[in-house]
Design a binder for this molecule. Structure first.
Ligand code: 13P
Length: 253
């Protein structure tokens, strides 16, 4: 038996005002009943973390996550936010390696390793994101790219450290495009990711890591995706900005 959790995480990216963030968090928590077994992670922009944390504070199985953290714990890094700052506002998860960080901010494997080390030092679970571009898929390089993205980072961590990870498969061609991976494509890649984790660690480690799917996952397609045996939930962008849609996704298991 694996100990995999069912997880739905909402990555709000760079959206909403403080007032809108509070309303959205309230609308979400009001719709989800107390006994829901799904782990729900809300990932707002930094300035709204504390407010969202307060809004979810009495709701079981709700957590806040951050969209990024710096490679250092403190110092002269104007404009940056460290993992220990995130911990101090009650943050329990952080996205690392999101394709937008890779693409727009030129973050590389070496950055992800340092950031994950900082997160773990501060008791924050890294949600490590991987995914291939459309060119990489069309040229049949998607398995190779995913293997490289995973291996470069995971080999720097022990089994104990890796037990704190969540993985997220987000094909870049599906992010914000409305073009979701089919459930067959998602299942195929998630099973492949588990086989790579088996190669790096072992099969029981692989059986226990939650792997989320992200990329145009919405209220209409979540159920089919979540039915796949190796898909443990979703990392939701656009559809996490509307309470009704996000809650429908939570209820899709
Ligand atoms: P969309 O759901 O908007 O495609 O975004 C997915 C994503 O990038 C979540 O991190």
């Amino acid at each position: 038996m694996s100990s995999r959790k069912k997880i739905v995480a909402g990555n709000w990216k760079m959206n909403k005002s403080l007032q809108e963030a509070k309303i959205l968090a309230e609308q979400i928590t009001n719709q989800v009943n107390e006994f829901d077994e799904v782990t729900k992670i809300i990932i707002p922009p930094f300035p709204f973390l504390e407010t969202v944390k307060q809004t979810i504070s009495n709701k079981p199985n709700f957590y806040i996550g951050a969209q990024n953290c710096h490679t250092n714990s403190s110092g002269a890094f104007t404009g940056e936010v460290s993992a220990n700052m995130l911990h101090s506002v009650g943050c329990e998860y952080v996205l690392i390696g999101h394709s937008e960080r890779r693409q727009y901010f030129k973050e590389k494997d070496a950055d992800f390793i340092l950031k994950i080390k900082e997160a773990l030092k501060n008791n924050i679970h890294p949600i490590f994101c991987i995914g291939e571009t459309i060119h990489e898929r069309k040229t049949d390089n998607h398995f190779k790219v995913i293997t490289e993205q995973l291996t470069a980072v995971l080999k720097e961590f022990s089994v104990e450290e890796f037990s704190k990870f969540i993985l997220a498969y987000e094909p870049v061609w599906a992010i914000g495009t409305g073009e979701t991976a089919t459930s067959a494509q998602a299942q195929e890649m998630h099973a492949f990711i588990r086989s790579i984790v088996t190669d790096i660690f072992d099969s029981s480690v692989a059986a226990n890591v939650s792997i989320l799917y992200g990329g145009s996952c919405n209220a209409q397609n979540a159920q089919e995706l979540f039915r796949c045996p190796d898909v443990d939930g979703g990392l939701i962008g656009g559809a996490s900005l509307k309470a009704d849609d996000f809650c429908k996704i939570i209820f899709s298991f």
